[in-house]
Design a protein. Sequence first.
Length: 215
Amino acid sequence: MSKKGWLGAAAAAGGAAAVGALTAKGPGRALDRRLYHAINRSRGPRADAFFKGITELGSIWAAVGATIALSRMGRRREALDALGAAVAMWGVGQLAKKAVMRPRPYEAEGEPRLLIKEPRGSSWPSSHPGVLLTYLLVVTRNLGTPAPIRGALVGLARAVGVSRIYVGVHYPADVVSGMLVGRAVAGAWSSAVSPLFIQEMGSVSSGGAPGTVVA
């Protein structure tokens, strides 16, 4: 892995930890709660339907579905590599949740506004936007996707992050931290794992022995 890759991943991970620490108590916690209530308030049935409709795009099952679709389009290696990164992000998120054990908003706030079924696990960090961002960053890098499309897809991950607050299952700090962790995992994976994975898959699919480069 390149030095630049390590530094970028470390910076994103450090930023996630800093956001979590700064919003754990005191003024940071108060600000996080105020932002949560501002975003979570109802904006009508159309907004409710929109955010409920996009929020599960950050699930690991959505990443599986995208991988199947890309595989049918002949991009199996690139898609499976991105799925591996997304699963890694999900695992990191679950470990962090168990370590921090931050209550969900509907558990900690009075008169919670919850639009979906209560998810499992604690609140920090938010896995959905992190998993989606990880998948998108890795798969678009693998596919050589043009910058404008990459930017639009990152915007989709951000919208999913907002949806997690709107539907009542996360605080803003959870979402920001989750996306920073996702960026860290994506950077580390693309630098350290993707080149090896794609080469290995290419060797096997081309009829060579595992680890053998086939021209």
